[in-house]
Design a protein around this ligand. Structure first.
Ligand code: ADP
Ligand code: MG
Length: 644
């Protein structure tokens, strides 16, 4: 059982502060995060974008995370039975071989039996030793088979939880931290599944069994063993509060470090070009030292548990030895029985010592499972009222009717009483300063969130009455920063509609002007895009996104124009692609360039979540309103003026 790694068993002088913090930290994660002085911990555990009002914390997940891990085990009942059975067999044969050996020694030393009568027991002893080893190997096999299946289940659940909450939750959490939960936190539960939960069952059965057999020899040593076993079982409980608080801080710090590393790797180019590499390493060093401090605090407490366990085991065995010896002296116990009694006592303690070893990891397991369940138990951001799609096809007529929407209670509304429509086939450009609510309109039209007041309708149907999957069929989006997977250009386009034929994908690529640059790529359409599409330019990525929207062929389109500057050739190709994808679709255009804005049928100017003005470019440019001011602000086009 040495493949489990328990954190370092070393001490540190962080003790006092950790102890002081642990009391308050043990109560409620959210509360402690707000009060904790460590800024980094708080800003990664409470996602800013999550609306606490709409999703009360799940009390079950935060208070009993370890118990919540247990039910998962019963998804594989056969493996559970096999794990317990193999555990019992392995310990049973172990105890049997030890007891048999001890009995043989007793017989040989006292000369109670003739030597040739011992041949069969010796053969039996050899057989039990081999059987114990085989059973042990089998136990490890099935326990890990079970554990890794459960880990896979957990990862799938996690991803499912993330998907349900996207994108609101993701906006508030760091990628590396989430990846840490999916990988490292899930991996930590391996201790629990492979070395803890069923081992506890086996340890309890073996301890009770060995004590029972001991009782047959003589009740006194059995009683002593029972008392010390009970004391041993309480050791992890004494330090549980501290263990939990320390475990949580340790896992959080691991999450922060992971996020920091992912951040640095993703931003490597920026770090190098701006010469900030040393700064970054410095930051990383600081976080590593913070992690070390937490590991030391954790290890010091684990060391204390280890010492207490060792002391109790030593005390228990000494007591049994003294008791048994005096019983032999008084003639209450045959001398030949003495070794067997001692071996049985050791056997009773053995599996319990093993599980107290894993109990020292419970603090970390608890924290890890808490972080996992914080994601999996997220309530869905948007809940479908019905799973039924509408009877007939809906006309691609978009209406925002008195829409108000607030992301979080502590912020002003992002949209208030916002009313406009986009008629079938029309292109409406949304313009306005940064923070005016343009992206929010797009989010609501995709039903990433539901409105707080008013309604968003497509073809007269309130989006809240349409299943989310149906809304995704109706509306497609070309986002500002396109995410490309590290797959071929072809596959990245096909993401829009997986069942599209090669012919359809190629046609979309042609219309989106992807073919122009795809031909020049090393393997044409089969060229890998690189992670996040690193192999391609911004304009090329946008054209792939447009091709995606074209294959998807949904009647309503949201086009979030990239703000980044493009070279003239890219600009021309992109504008052509945009013209092609808009053709025949109802389009909501979040526009930043004057050329794109002018090409819209109508322009809606948003200011602080309300429609300030509405009309064509010529109409609006002639007035002295917001649009004019926005125009005046520009050089060469309306750009998002950044956070004001
Ligand atoms: P625009 O796209 O016009 O720049 P947004 O729709 O993104 O504006 O933002 C409107 C307002 O809502 C801003 O005040 C912004 O800070 C806020 N906001 C946007 N997204 C979120 C979010 N995920 N959580 C909380 N507030 C948000
Ligand atoms: Mg925006």
């Amino acid at each position: 059982m040495n493949d489990r790694t328990v954190s370092p068993q070393t001490a540190s002088d962080q003790a006092a502060s950790d102890q002081a913090a642990s009391d308050q930290a043990a109560s409620d994660q959210a509360a402690s995060d707000q009060t904790a002085s460590d800024q980094t911990v708080s800003d990664q555990t409470v996602p800013a974008a999550v609306d606490v009002r709409r999703e009360p914390a799940d009390p079950g997940a935060s208070r009993r995370p370890i118990l919540s891990l247990v039910p998962l085990v019963f998804r594989h009942p056969a493996l559970v039975v096999l794990t317990i059975l193999s555990g019992l067999l392995s310990h049973g044969f172990g105890v049997a071989s030890a007891a048999l050996g001890a009995w043989l020694v007793g017989e040989a030393v006292t000369g109670a039996s003739p030597a040739d009568a011992l041949t069969t027991p010796v053969v039996l002893l050899l057989a039990t030793v081999v059987a114990a080893a085989l059973a042990r190997w089998w136990q490890m096999w099935v326990a890990h088979d079970l554990a890794y299946r459960l880990l896979a289940d957990l990862r799938i659940r996690l991803f499912d939880g993330l998907e349900r909450r996207a994108p609101g939750y993701l906006l508030g959490r760091r990628t590396g931290d989430l990846a840490g939960t999916v990988m490292a936190d899930v991996e930590t539960t391996e201790w629990f599944y492979a070395h803890t939960v069923l081992d506890y069952v086996v340890a309890a059965l073996v301890a009770v069994g060995a004590t029972g057999v001991l009782f047959v020899f003589h009740p006194m040593p059995a009683l002593a063993v029972a008392v010390f076993l009970i004391l041993l079982a309480t050791v992890p409980v004494w330090l549980a509060r501290q263990a939990d608080a320390q475990g949580r801080r340790l896992r959080e710090e691991l999450g922060v470090l992971g996020a920091e590393v992912v951040d640095g790797v993703q931003g490597l180019r920026e770090l190098v070009t701006f010469g900030r590499g040393t700064d970054y390493l410095h930051r990383l060093g600081e976080r590593t030292r913070a992690l070390q401090r937490r590991q030391l605090a954790y290890g010091r407490r684990a060391g204390l548990e280890q010492a207490a366990t060792d002391a109790l085991v030593a005390g228990g065995l000494t007591t049994v030895l003294v008791l048994a010896a005096s019983l032999v002296a008084q003639g209450d116990l045959p001398m030949a029985m003495l070794p067997a009694v001692v071996v049985l006592a050791v056997s009773a303690f053995g599996p319990v010592i093993e599980v107290t070893g894993t109990a020292r990891s419970l603090g970390q397991i608890r924290a890890a499972s808490q972080r996992i369940f914080a994601v999996t138990r997220q309530r869905a951001q948007v809940v479908d009222r019905s799973a039924e799609p509408p009877d007939g096809p809906l006309s691609p007529h978009v209406e925002f009717d008195g829409v108000s929407f607030t992301y979080t209670e502590d912020r002003p509304p992002a949209l208030s009483d916002c009313t406009f429509e986009i008629r079938p086939g029309e292109t409406v450009a949304l313009v306005g300063h940064s923070g005016a609510g343009k992206s929010t309109c797009a989010h609501l039209l995709m039903r990433f969130w539901d409105v707080n007041g008013g309604a968003v309708r497509i073809g007269g149907a309130d989006l809240r009455d349409l299943p989310q999957s149906h809304v995704r069929d109706l509306v497609s989006v070309v986002p500002q920063d396109v995410y490309l997977f590290n797959r071929s250009v072809m596959e990245n386009i096909r993401l829009g509609r997986p069942e599209a034929t090669d012919e359809e994908v190629r046609e979309a690529a042609r219309q989106a002007r992807v073919d122009e640059f795809a031909a020049g790529l090393p393997n044409g359409y089969d060229t890998l895009c690189g992670e996040r599409g690193a192999q391609l330019s911004g304009g090329q990525r946008q054209r792939i996104a447009i091709a995606r929207a074209l294959v998807r062929d949904s009647p309503v389109l949201i086009l979030d124009e990239a703000v980044s500057n493009l070279d003239a050739e890219n600009e021309e190709a992109l504008q052509a692609a945009i013209r092609n994808v808009r053709h025949g679709r109802t389009t909501l255009l979040i526009a930043h360039r004057l050329s794109t804005i002018r090409s819209a049928d109508r322009i809606i100017v948003l200011r602080q979540g309300r429609v300030a003005e509405e009309g064509t470019h010529d109409e609006l440019a002639g007035t002295s309103g917001e649009y004019r001011r926005l125009l005046a602000h520009q050089t060469g086009g309306i750009v998002d003026v950044g956070d004001d």
